[in-house]
Design a protein around this ligand. Structure first.
Ligand code: KIV
Ligand code: ZN
Length: 497
């Protein structure tokens, strides 16, 4: 029989400590309800003494959520514990999470006391919290850098005082996975009353090892993990919930399970990212935009033959409809044919060869090939006459000369001319173009790339312009870099609605 791992989600406490990610109470309730649906066992809802807003959020989340235990953070301070207990008054199941620093740094330089005094304060805090709630978790802050023998004494004392869960945080994300695993093992073997409490992991990601450390904690006997959605949290963040849930689910050899409904992972990740205005990095495991995208020809071919060739998780398991095949210059015929078929085209080998050749020419000029491009390649849809087209460009520039540009734009079939000066030939040309169009656009991004290395290179220009809060993209490639820039600018403007 596999053993259950309890999931304590601290997105709304440790996660919410990230500067700029603060949520209001309504948003926190939305996240808490999503976490309940996801199946987390414990929601750390806030640090009630820290602000009236946090206090209120713990009160409202306690009312709005039914199944998970609601946990409130405190320091080992009586007033903190009293305020947390008050904030938890409506929770159906409640927990107070109290604790104190146990590393030499925290004892000597932060709390400025003695190791013995820390043990006394820790046990007193747990005893005091027990007056208000049955379920008391103790955190040994900076346990990652603490001495194992001393940590074992602290843990023994707090369990004796009534702690039901003992949290061993790697607060600074310093531990190596083996070291963290050995710490948990040491506690299992050297704390006489350890069977009376659940050991919890709480790992930070400063060296990118939060998930690895959490796994080693579970392997060595921890049965609760503290995690956040998308791994958000102080500095480099906390262990991410989605990674741990999918490790437990994919690695049957661990003989563990959790109650997470993994099919809700992606939507929960999107919700947290949107509400906290915190984009998920594209290559983030499980929930990043590229986590189930394949762009190289060899991988695309392999995935199309059998998904498992290059995927260890079925994207459906985390709530993503299907893996995506990104068509780029590195894609092969198999991927192109797959996309053509999904768009309803059935081609014989010769037709496919012909389209593939045209596809490669286009892919060299354009980063991603979309469905519209594919239709154009098949000849089904003609590109038609563009509403805006650069027909004429003449620039005068040079050292100590005032750059001047004359631009001829075909606008709905008729050519119009304008001349302008600027601080360089591109600036002068863009100003001339702007004189000819009625819409106000702002240049947001301008990227020039050389395709090869010689002075006869083709230059590629990518441009982003903004119009009424919308971004439009333009692209062109030309041996004349100024022409490429003006064409890309006109290309972007021609898409403005
Ligand atoms: O990282 C940490 O030590 C914490 C504790 C307050 C649990 O977040
Ligand atoms: Zn933390």
């Amino acid at each position: 029989m596999s053993e259950k791992i309890l999931i304590l989600d601290t997105t709304l406490r440790d996660g919410e400590q990230v500067p700029g990610c603060q949520l209001n109470t309504i948003e926190k309730i939305e996240v808490a309800q999503a976490l309940e649906n996801l199946g987390v066992d414990i929601i750390e809802a806030g640090f009630p003494i820290s602000s009236p807003g946090d206090f209120n959020s713990v009160v409202e989340i306690s009312k709005a959520v039914t199944n998970p235990v609601i946990c409130a953070l405190t320091r080992a301070v009586k007033k903190d514990i009293e305020v947390a207990a008050e904030a938890l008054q409506y929770a159906k199941r409640k927990r107070i999470h109290t604790g104190i620093g146990v590393s030499p740094y925290h004892i000597e330089f932060k709390i400025r006391t003695t190791p013995e005094e820390i043990i006394r304060r820790a046990a007193d805090a747990v005893k005091y919290a027990k007056k208000f709630v049955e379920d008391v978790e103790f955190y040994a802050e900076d346990a990652g850098r603490s001495d194992n023998a001393y940590l074992a004494r602290v843990i023994e004392a707090v369990i004796k005082a009534g702690a039901t869960v003992v949290n061993i945080p790697d607060t600074t994300g310093y531990c190596l996975p083996e070291e963290y695993g050995a710490k948990i093992k040491y506690l299992k073997e050297n704390v006489p009353n350890i069977d009376k409490a659940i050991i919890s992991t709480h790992c930070h990601n400063d060296l990118g090892m939060a998930t690895a450390n959490t796994v080693m904690g579970m392997v060595n006997g921890a049965r609760q993990v503290e995690v956040t959605i998308n791994g958000i949290g102080e500095r480099a963040g906390n262990t991410s919930l989605e990674e741990i849930a999918m490790i437990i689910k994919s690695h049957h050899d661990l003989n563990l399970h959790s109650d997470i409904n993994t099919k809700l992972i992606y939507n929960t990740s999107r919700l947290v990212s949107t509400l906290m205005s915190m984009p998920v990095q594209p290559n983030k495991a499980i929930v990043g935009r590229n986590a189930f995208s394949h762009s190289s020809g060899i991988h695309q071919d392999g995935v199309l033959k059998k998904r498992e060739n290059y995927e260890i998780i079925d994207p459906v398991e985390v709530g993503i409809r299907e893996s995506s095949i990104i068509l780029t210059a590195r894609s092969g015929r198999a991927a192109l044919n797959h996309r053509l078929e999904s768009l309803g085209f059935t081609l014989d080998k010769e037709e496919l060869d012909e389209i593939y050749h045209r596809f490669l020419l286009l892919a060299d000029k354009k980063k991603d090939i979309n469905d519209e491009d594919i239709r154009i390649l098949t000849g089904e849809v003609s590109q038609g006459e563009k509403p805006l087209k650069l027909e004429y460009l003449q620039v005068a520039c040079g050292k100590s000369a005032m750059p001047v540009s004359t631009v001829g734009l075909r606008i709905n079939g008729e050519i119009h001319y304008a001349t302008a000066s600027g601080n360089g030939p591109i600036d002068a040309s863009f100003t001339a173009v702007k004189q000819l169009i009625s819409k106000v656009v702002h240049l947001e991004e301008f990227l020039i790339q050389a395709i090869t290395k010689g002075s006869d290179d083709v230059g590629k220009v990518h441009i982003q312009v903004e119009h009424q809060n919308h971004i439009y993209y333009g692209f062109s490639a030309n041996v004349d870099i100024i022409t490429a820039a003006v064409e890309a600018f006109v290309d972007a403007i021609s898409k403005v609605k």
